[in-house]
Design a protein around this ligand. Structure first.
Ligand code: IPE
Ligand code: IPE
Ligand code: MG
Length: 256
């Protein structure tokens, strides 16, 4: 993305946003596709289809706002419980997105990454993912991270297994296991923790998303269904985030 496409301080001010108040990393639980479609009398998959347009808008807006990372929860390790027809269509949409978005990811200079058990996905999808990861590796723009076949408990369990193996083979002493050791064994190793977690469709739950990483994330729930969630809604979330008093267990500067 060229310099001109990023918002200037004046443009941000017109949105009521101060650059210093923009979260570095925003994670989104994109929920409500099915309900949005049903509200219109359409099959659930229409909601997923329209949801892709929201993904495009939010990715571009996050990048224009100058965020470092946007992580989108696309498919959970529990979503395999959906009916086979919905799963087939979801995977088809995912593949289509990966192919169609590659040019746009390159145009915007985004770095692309995926968290989740990708080895369980269709090999064609894995290949498309890898193509975009490789093609975008040299970019220096925002990190776009898709959580696909992702589950936080599975992620933590696998991390524990690998740490245990290191202990078993004598590479690591139990007393040397730190929070950093754990974080470094998660799929998000090297990524900053989300500052802001957004969930759409009025659901107040985490649904197995980034359990370790969101310890101190600010949470913002939107009553919009994901296919309705656009740039204005992201900016509203950011304005609200900027007003939060993040204390991390301490005291705010005013009271201390
Ligand atoms: C979110 O929308 C997308 C995925 C979980 C794949 P849903 O499909 O969960 O939509 P609702 O929550 O049933 O409305
Ligand atoms: C969470 O939404 C997963 C994604 C958005 C990919 P779900 O719709 O699967 O969550 P629950 O079942 O309502 O908790
Ligand atoms: Mg849902």
């Amino acid at each position: 993305m060229s310099r001109e496409e990023k918002y200037s301080d004046a443009q941000l001010a017109a949105f009521g946003i101060d650059r210093a108040g923009i979260p570095r990393h925003v994670a989104v639980i994109m929920d409500g596709n099915g309900r949005w479609a049903q509200k219109h009398g359409w099959p659930r998959i229409e909601g997923h289809r329209r949801g892709v347009a929201s993904v495009r808008s939010i990715v571009e807006e996050a990048s224009r706002l100058g965020m470092d990372q946007l992580t989108l929860y696309c498919f959970s390790s529990e979503n395999w419980k959906r009916p086979p027809k919905e799963l087939t269509l979801l995977m088809h949409l995912l593949k289509q997105y990966l192919v169609e978005e590659r040019r746009e990811i390159q145009r915007q200079g985004l770095r692309f990454s995926v968290i989740g058990k990708t080895a369980e996905l269709d090999p064609m999808i894995q290949a498309e993912m890898q193509k975009t990861i490789d093609a975008s590796a040299g970019n220096d723009g925002m990190m776009l991270c898709l959580a696909i076949n992702y589950g936080a408990r599975m992620e933590i369990t696998e991390a524990v297994q690998r740490i245990a193996e290191s202990v078993q083979c004598g590479q690591l002493r139990p007393e040397d296991i730190s929070e950093k050791t754990v974080a470094d064994h998660l799929m998000t190793a090297g990524m900053p923790d989300p500052d802001l977690l957004i969930r759409t469709a009025s659901e107040y739950r985490i649904s197995n998303f980034l359990l370790w990483q969101i310890s101190y994330s600010e949470i913002w729930v939107s009553d919009k269904f994901w296919p309705e969630f656009r740039e204005v809604d992201l900016r509203a979330a950011i304005r609200d985030f900027a007003r939060r008093d993040r204390r991390y267990g301490g005291l705010s500067p005013v009271s201390s």
